[in-house]
Design a protein around this ligand. Sequence first.
Ligand code: FAD
Ligand code: NAP
Length: 530
Amino acid sequence: MDAGRFDAVVVGAGFAGLYALIRLRRLGFSARVVEAGAGVGGTWYWNRYPGARCDVESVQYSYQFDDELEQSWNWSERYATQPEILRYAEHVAARHDLKRDIDFDTRIKSAIWDEAAAQWTLTAENGRRYIGRFVVMATGCLSAPNTPKLPGLEKFAGRRFHTGHWPHEKVDFSGRRVAVIGTGSSAIQSIPLIAAEAKSLTVFQRTANYTIPAHNAPLDPAYVARVKSDYKTLRRRAKTMPSGIDFDFSPQPALEATPVERERAYRERWDRGGLIFMGAFGDLLLKKEANDTAADFVRARISEIVKDPALARTLQPTNVIGCKRLCVDTGYWDTFNKPHVKLVDLNARPLEGFDADAVRAGGERFEVDDLVLATGFDAMTGAMLRIDIRGKADAKLADKWAEGPRSYLGLAIAGFPNLFTVTGPGSPSVLTNMLPTIEQHVEWISDCIAHLRRRGLARIEADTGAEEAWVDHNRTVAGTTLRSTCSSWYVGANIAGKSRVFMPYIGGFPAYIQKCEDVVKAGYEGFALA
Ligand code: FAD
Ligand code: NAP
């Protein structure tokens, strides 16, 4: 069944796919977006678990390409909830009349390059075929939910949920005995709300995690008016920050401050809340001794909040703070003071299996009605590799990436002409506020396609040498920070058998923008155009 022939086929209708469609249309290209879900929003369409919200402040976690939208949209809270962010995505789709060019409920299963015709054929699970001169993979970094092979999971007969694929209707936990497996961001956001409703909650923790209070609150209209009166300056400042967030970052090394100064700085940021905690000193992710001072501060807060000292110790993380993605919460530690909430340390009591009505760990049976898997995603490469992508000479992307992803700028892949990735591995992506990085990628890609049209060219492909050099540069910069040192999803450690490579580019958003601009100025240096 032929869906048609397009200048570009875009896979995914999250923030990346939506903006790609807007941009390509504006440049006069025909484009079709193909989306597995039944609606727009991507992350915010799928992750409907209780407590889901952004951890970058809403006024920054938003598009900046549309001035009128920026001025007219009003976020209600410092960190918007999932329903509000989804409403925003829907609003953008309606405002730009996007849905007429999106096929929903359509999951792409293969993408095959035809060298002679210089075009891609994408085939969906429902049999629809799309032909595109270009493909834009807007498939997301955190969109392939990970259900680990837990022994005997299939025996569990109660209700089972995954935070990354949550039902659309409200899940009522009242009167129910609930188990949550995982203590990452999704678990940390949902646990307090599940606990507030459930009869009992048992949390199964493999690695204790760091989280900073959100101090979420309704947005002060005066603050919003101030932001809106000069949004451009805020956005410009944000682009000068490695994280792409206008962020209060102190370059002073923690080890040069006195203990009193450090305590004051951490306290002040703890009280303000959120990710700015890690901006207290410049060397927190560079030197272990510096990092220890911030980690000790958080561990001390856990001891203060959690009444039972043994429980507090089990909840205290021992790894580098900020190595795994830092979490932002509302009432997480305090939840463990509630008598109906139990913590099971899987290191002391390994997960042994499941019965129809129980989780078994450390020789004990924990009877539950509902099981919540907050076990994360096959990040950065999962969504792409769930598609059978074949480039020149029928080479499989899965083979090329078997030892870790290789990409030029996280935008293009040698051997896979005319295929672009938005926030692909090798780009700053998940280490940044993703809305501005998505916009920067989409603009680069659409400008590139327009450049080819202007020059009468049909084909662009990353050079193997340029790709190699970029992969090496990524490895070098990753090696300079503590972030590459732990078993995080950044290095693929959460997926059995996945090669351990630090996947996002950690050189910072400004250096990355500069590199992308330099490549264009030098006539698309590192690419072969034909
Ligand atoms: P996604 O939103 O993931 O969209 C990708 C789309 O592609 C999905 O709809 C998916 O269904 C579709 N797709 C994938 N494969 C196929 C296929 N084969 N066929 C058809 N369709 C396909 N980032 C931040 O910067 N700040 C935050 O506060 C923040 N909070 C987050 C909270 C959660 C719970 C999660 C999971 C992530 C969060 N992120 C955050 C990261 C977030 O993923 C990005 O900010 C952003 O939403 C990504 O947009 P995207 O369009 O690139 O990808
Ligand atoms: P995650 O950070 O990968 O956390 C998954 C959790 O499941 C971890 O605690 C992990 O333990 C545990 N786990 C995985 N496999 C397991 C197994 N076999 N046995 C026992 N435990 C297991 O996933 P996430 O919480 O969904 O978050 C993913 C990313 O999405 C975040 O890092 C963030 O970037 C984004 N996100 C953001 C927000 C937000 O605040 N805005 C909210 C949710 C998600 P280990 O640590 O031991 O592997």
